[in-house]
Design a protein around this ligand. Structure first.
Ligand code: KG4
Ligand code: ZN
Length: 338
């Protein structure tokens, strides 16, 4: 089944063609990074307007690169319908509806976070059950995945998302844009012992897999000197390395705890933060765990993961109709999800 996947939930305008949820024929990602860089963050109005301008061209390029025609070769359309920036989501969703209607193809709206979780399935045969770690700019989710249709959220953030914390600290110290990538790069040349940031004290009970980033962010931004180790410089590299370690160790600790509690040693990561070098090293080096990371291009937003999850849903007979609306948030994603 040839599925055309459309992703416009944030600042990447992306369209892909994927065969049977596995073989990527094309995956065009038109990034708006340069257009948001002057503001050091994504400006929703600019994002949605650029999607309107770009979507048709990106779709044409995806079809051309795949060497396929919409009418003759594409079997179905998949599109991100939730969660994300509402204006951006609406562009992709409306475009997908129009395309599917005009070409008389079935289509399905899919969940962006579930698509991040599905991304590693494009590259590996992964057995269930596993622990899913979905970490992006808007979400931080640790879940138990019995199958793609049975996902139980174990923990989430009680305040900021992990990627958001990276972005805010990077912005404050003017480390570069996009923040997470810039901070990760600087951290490579810093010393993580330079600052000892405190760990949040969270629940020991049923919410023990939750994380919190607002305290760490405040410590790194407003109380830096308090946590400096004697003899270390407050260089950008040292701040980045110490922050990165604290932010990622928090996730790794929860993953290890969940593995111990559930006996599930297989871990699947996805979302922009899964591109983090330190996270990849720490989890890959843990011999007790069997961890799958998407390749870097499939960590951040892309149409291929949408097409792949769409294939899965369509194969199960799921279809969306023209009444489907976009949703900025997915309510009650704590448990169960979606
Ligand atoms: O999945 P994604 O592309 O978009 C959302 O769905 O939000 O994730 C973007 C997030 C941003 O917060 C970005 O700073 C973060 O992922 N990110 C990283 C890295 N690359 C992207 N965070 C830490 N280290 C990285 N290497
Ligand atoms: Zn994303």
């Amino acid at each position: 089944m040839n599925v055309l996947g459309i992703e416009t939930s944030c600042d990447e305008c992306s369209v892909a063609v994927v065969v049977d949820g596995r073989k990527i024929l094309s995956n065009i990602v038109a990034t708006q990074v340069e257009r948001h860089a002057p503001w050091n963050g994504v400006v929703p109005e600019i994002a949605s307007r650029l999607h309107v301008e770009w979507i048709e061209d990106v779709t044409t390029r995806a079809l051309d690169e795949a060497g396929l025609s919409l009418k003759e070769d594409i079997d179905a359309v998949a599109v991100t319908s939730r969660p994300g920036l509402i204006g951006s989501l609406l562009v992709g969703l409306s475009y997908a509806k129009g395309l599917a209607w005009a070409a008389d193809k079935p289509w399905v709206g899919v969940d962006h976070m579930m698509a991040h979780l599905y991304a590693p399935h494009l590259e590996y045969d992964i057995e269930y059950p596993y622990l899913g770690l979905i970490v992006s700019g808007g979400h931080t989710i640790l879940c138990r995945v019995a199958s793609m249709d049975e996902v139980e959220v174990l923990g989430t953030t009680i305040d900021d998302a992990c990627g958001e914390a990276f972005d805010k600290v990077a912005k404050f110290y003017d480390m570069g844009y996009p923040g997470g990538v810039a901070l990760d790069k600087l951290a490579e040349n810093g010393d993580a012992d330079a600052f000892r940031f405190p760990e949040p004290r969270l629940h020991k009970g049923p919410h023990r897999y939750d994380v919190s980033y607002s305290g760490l962010k405040t410590a790194a931004v407003n109380q830096l000197e308090q946590f400096r180790t004697v003899g270390y410089e407050a260089s950008l590299e040292n701040i980045a390395a110490s922050f990165r370690k604290a932010a990622i160790d928090m996730l790794v600790k929860r993953v290890r705890l969940a593995a111990k509690d559930t006996g599930i040693m297989r871990v699947v990561a996805g979302g922009g933060v899964s591109a983090n070098r330190y996270l990849r090293i720490v989890l890959n080096e843990d011999k007790k765990l069997e961890t799958y990371f998407p390749s870097i291009a499939l960590c951040t937003d892309n149409g291929a993961m949408i097409a792949a999850l769409g294939y899965h849903r369509l194969s199960k007979g799921e279809r969306s109709d023209l009444n489907l609306n976009a949703a900025a948030r997915v309510s009650g994603f704590r448990r169960p999800y979606p």
